[in-house]
Design a protein around this ligand. Structure first.
Ligand SMILES: Nc1ncnc2c1ncn2[C@@H]1O[C@H](COP(=O)(O)OP(=O)(O)OP(=O)(O)O)[C@@H](O)[C@H]1O
Ligand SMILES: [Mg+2]
Length: 245
């Protein structure tokens, strides 16, 4: 169990020298990252830059070839995914990965199977249904029958069932209509207001930098640019490559 009071404004997540390889493919080479408590930090970069590999390695779903991960002042580098989730860090993966043939409720219950220990699964479920009324309406429907936006809401709610301090979100807006994308971003901001810390991987650079406090740009598995969201928004590199200036 985490004592969140130990960390005030310091780093909740500190990553040093992270490396991930798939055979000969070096997907992540020596990345340093810092996410402070209560922040939204965004990880930007082109297809194949190493964003998902970074998030997957942080939660133990991709093997780390090197580096250290400190979370809530504890070295979690060598922990299993289950142990990491129990420490309070969880991932909503790219592509949502909900179970389409299970109901909304069953998907939520699976998300609560690993848990950071705050509140009973029943209490957290009740909180999720209050926070996501659309899921309450669809509770006994097969998850595969939900719209794309609803499935993303479910994927996030399922992650939140483990009561994380830090949520890693991998491309939550992928494939969704602009109006739904706006809803997802508003929801991410609300989560932050409620005390969650978020590391957000996104292709939507403009919206991400609007809601983020800070960001990192990856290229070929390395950080090529970092700063506050305002600094990144105004940088020539971001303007030229992503914001069409
Ligand atoms: N399981 C895997 N086996 C082999 N190579 C992989 C695997 N997963 C990713 N890669 C490679 O690692 C590199 C980084 O991929 P990664 O998925 O982390 O990038 P990404 O920034 O998330 O890209 P995208 O924006 O397309 O999601 C790419 O060259 C990719 O082809
Ligand atoms: Mg990816």
């Amino acid at each position: 169990m985490i004592d969140s009071s130990k960390v005030k404004d310091g780093p909740l997540l500190l990553v040093k020298g992270l490396r991930v390889s798939y055979g000969p493919v070096e997907a992540v080479r020596n990345i340093d990252l810092q996410v402070n408590k209560g922040q939204i930090v965004t990880l930007l970069g082109a297809n194949g830059a190493g964003k998902s590999s970074t998030l997957n390695a942080l939660v133990g779903l991709a093997a780390k070839k090197g580096g250290t991960v400190t979370f809530n002042n504890q070295d979690i580098t060598a922990l299993s995914t289950e142990q990491i989730v129990r420490q309070g860090m969880t991932l909503t993966p790219e592509g949502r990965r909900i179970f389409p043939n299970l109901t909304v409720d069953e998907n939520l219950l699976l998300g609560g199977a690993m848990h950071a220990g705050r509140g009973s699964p029943a209490e957290v479920r009740a909180e999720m249904l209050e926070r996501f009324p659309i899921l309450k309406e669809r509770l006994h429907q097969k998850a595969g029958s939900l719209s794309g936006g609803e499935q993303q809401m479910l994927a996030i709610a399922r992650s939140l069932m483990s009561s994380p301090d830090l949520l890693l979100l991998d491309e939550p807006s992928l494939g969704l209509a602009p109006q739904i994308v706006d809803q997802i971003f508003e929801m991410i901001e609300r989560l932050r207001e409620q005390g969650l810390t978020i590391l957000l991987v996104e292709q939507n650079v403009s919206l991400s930098l609007e809601i983020a406090d800070a960001g990192y740009v990856l290229a070929n598995g390395a950080v090529v640019l970092s700063g506050t969201a305002a600094q990144l928004r105004h940088s020539d590199e971001i303007q030229g490559a992503y914001l069409g200036a």
